[in-house]
Design a protein around this ligand. Structure first.
Ligand SMILES: Cc1cc2nc3c(=O)[nH]c(=O)nc-3n(C[C@H](O)[C@H](O)[C@H](O)COP(=O)(O)OP(=O)(O)OC[C@H]3O[C@@H](n4cnc5c(N)ncnc54)[C@H](O)[C@@H]3O)c2cc1C
Length: 399
């Protein structure tokens, strides 16, 4: 009997976890299925680029995983029964099916978060998903010269979206609305550079302003100001899909699956969660933020832990830490803000064209790691130990 591993979601973390599991476990002993609702891998970190008309390289999952031992499955996950160990899916023809697992890796990621602000769901555009980015692309393509575009949210995604749109449009009328100050978590150098680039691109910044309403032609802030907006782009963070919350898994108030240091559910040991869908504690006791920067190492950790537990090897014990925040500011400008292990800015930053190149290399590297799931890692396909004889593995001492 093969051990059935189902990975839900073929984004950055699910695809990486599936590929690594295939590299770690003997093919005769496991059946690895990777369920995704899109036929190809979507480079989510480039969706602001897609929104301004740049093309994304097609990466069909079938080609990526051909011959790897991972079976991609095009289907939408509609529910998970963690007590019966079954996943409900609906395929492209609308046919429903149930898939049974022995081990589940939940990596369904996140979508946009309209924070319940009135009018946002109806009038604002999102770039957390490919369909959302494509809708924005069509809208921007139709938009007349000089018509105002407002980006709501001053986090990393908002900064990248505002600069990308301003650079791409010949008639910049782009504004950014942020609750805090522009880049207020960055170092002095980082913040200064950000202001310089925003100035060069002629982006109007509304700081210390909370958007409380969105209409077809404006956004309204808490102090009653109307900001004209022919297009509103909403980037105030991500929210997870409601599927985990509807299960018996232990989740946070916001629906994230609570996991331990090996990314294993604290309530259901057969379930692992990684990426945006998981609540894992990182350095300094702080939750890992929704990012590839920590999601990909978490996926490695989960895959290695699953393999160790199945084969009787040693559990991984590699601390996940942050190194930098890489921000694109259009195609020719960037900002690499170096950070502490727990993601606080230090007084060092790389800026300008070199930073843009650095960010490009990081994005390419992340996509390469996903697109070549079984390369770059030594093959150590170990045999699965039968459940009856399995003991809890020791923790690996070397990082
Ligand atoms: C514009 C933008 C820029 C970003 N820039 C950066 C950056 O520079 N650095 C960084 O670290 N992070 C960045 N992020 C965040 C990063 O993209 C996410 O943290 C990362 O994608 C999370 O990986 P994941 O595998 O958890 O989820 P995802 O990459 O979102 O993958 C989830 C997968 O699950 C699939 N799925 C979802 N629901 C279902 C379902 N019901 N059934 C089947 N399949 C489903 C999706 O199609 C997708 O393939 C950015 C995000 C955006 C939107």
């Amino acid at each position: 009997m093969q051990h059935r591993i189902i990975v839900l979601g073929a984004g950055y973390t699910g695809a990486v976890a599936a590929g690594r599991l295939a590299r770690r476990l003997h093919r005769d002993d496991v059946a690895i299925t990777l369920v995704n609702d899109e036929p190809d891998f979507v480079e989510r970190v480039r969706l602001h680029q897609l929104a301004v008309g740049q093309g994304l390289k097609p990466r069909p999952l079938g080609e990526m995983f051909a011959g790897t031992g991972v079976e991609p499955r095009l289907a939408k996950v509609t529910g998970v029964d963690v007590d019966r160990k079954a996943v409900a899916v609906v395929d492209a023809n609308g046919d429903a099916e149930e898939l049974e697992y022995d081990t589940l890796v939940y990596a369904l990621g996140s979508g946009w978060n309209d924070q319940g602000v009135p009018g946002a769901a109806e009038h604002a555009h999102e770039i957390a998903s490919r369909p959302g980015a494509l809708r924005l692309r069509d809208r921007l393509a139709d938009l007349g010269a000089g018509r105002p575009v407002v980006v709501v949210g001053g986090g990393l995604t908002g900064l990248e979206a505002a600069t990308e749109i301003a650079e791409a449009r010949p008639d910049p009328a782009v504004a950014l609305v942020t609750r805090g100050g522009l880049g207020d978590w960055l170092s002095d150098k980082g913040r200064g550079h950000l202001r310089k680039v925003f100035g060069k691109l002629d982006i109007t910044v509304h700081e210390h302003a909370a958007v409380t309403g969105v209409e077809a032609d404006r956004v309204t802030t808490a102090d009653g100001k109307d900001i004209p907006a022919a297009v509103t782009v909403w980037t105030t963070g991500f929210a997870v899909h409601p599927i985990a919350r509807a299960t018996a898994l232990e989740v946070t108030d916001t629906g994230l699956i609570v996991v331990d240091g090996t990314m294993r559910s604290v309530s259901h040991p057969d379930v692992y969660a990684v990426g945006d869908a998981a609540m894992a504690v990182g350095p300094g006791g702080k939750p890992l933020r929704m990012s590839c920067a920590s999601g990909i190492p978490a996926a490695w950790q989960a895959a290695d832990a699953i393999a160790a537990r199945l084969t009787g090897g040693k559990l991984p014990n590699t601390p996940i830490r942050y190194v930098n925040q890489c921000v694109s500011l259009g195609r020719g400008e960037g900002l690499i803000q170096y950070v502490t292990a727990d993601d606080r800015a230090v007084n060092a930053a790389l800026t300008g064209r070199l930073a843009a190149l650095y960010k490009e290399v990081v994005c390419k590297g992340a996509a390469w790691g996903v697109a070549n799931p079984t390369l770059g890692l030594p093959v150590r396909r170990r045999r699965v130990v039968r459940e009856a004889t399995r003991t809890d593995p020791a923790v690996e001492t070397s990082a």
